[in-house]
Unconditional design. Structure first.
Length: 232
């Protein structure tokens, strides 16, 4: 019963905060204001969600981020808390590469589109990667993209196999990869559970990886090993 009450409580707050915070973002979209303002709105939303849930963030490695540099940010993914934690922790502008189905979520979907996030149709393979590459080229200076190379949340918090899309985009766009580890989010809100528990989520930012002409498989392994090294 306690878990059910927790779930109802957080869902109620989420609805209220979504209406209160994403409403102005949608209005900004209709008035023609786009991009950075909408992204900052999502940061406010993320702060409120984590505050309500009793989540504290502990960030290390921000010195590895160079201002005004575009990155392909690659992070592990084990919880719904990962996106708000990353939005608040990295201290840079970025856009998500996210599945197109999220466009249909009322208010939230329009806010994501207003922020110029990149929507991907995962059924289209190489065509989807080409559309992402074109989208990355049109992003403002200093605006990165963020992808979850596992493709979905991990059930147990352990790393899943990585998909090559983010690495291909980095190679074709000439952008360095910024590996990021999210540790502890699975303990706060595991996949398949509605109840959360307050506590700390660690965000570990690793040194950027310059992408050259090397084969993609060793690059994927190196980045995966780097992200996994901070999960222990």
């Amino acid at each position: 019963m306690l878990n059910l009450l927790k779930a109802v409580w957080i869902c109620s707050w989420a609805v209220v905060l979504t209406l209160a915070l994403f409403g102005p973002i949608v209005v900004a979209a209709l008035l023609g204001k786009r991009g950075d303002a909408a992204f900052h709105g999502t940061q406010v939303f993320a702060w409120c969600i984590l505050k309500v849930c009793g989540i504290r963030l502990r960030v290390t490695g921000k010195e590895h981020i160079q201002p005004d540099q575009k990155y392909v940010i690659l992070s592990n993914h084990a919880s719904y808390f990962d996106p708000p934690a990353l939005v608040l922790s990295l201290g840079l502008q970025y856009r998500w590469v996210i599945k197109k189905e999220l466009r249909k979520v009322p208010l939230f979907g329009l806010a994501l589109e207003t922020s110029r996030n990149l929507f991907i149709d995962r059924s289209k393979g190489s065509d989807a990667l080409e559309s992402i590459k074109n989208g990355v080229a049109q992003l403002p200076d200093g605006t990165s993209i963020l992808m979850f190379p596992e493709g979905t949340r991990s059930w147990d918090g352990e790393l899943l196999p990585f998909k090559p899309g983010g690495f291909v985009i980095a190679g074709q766009s000439g952008l360095p990869i910024l590996p990021v580890t999210v540790r502890g989010s699975h303990d706060r809100l595991p996949k398949g559970h509605a109840a959360f528990s307050p506590g700390v989520i660690d965000i570990v930012i690793h040194p950027p990886v310059v992408v050259g002409d090397e084969p993609i498989e060793p690059l994927m392994k190196a980045v995966r090993d780097t992200i996994g090294s901070a999960l222990s």
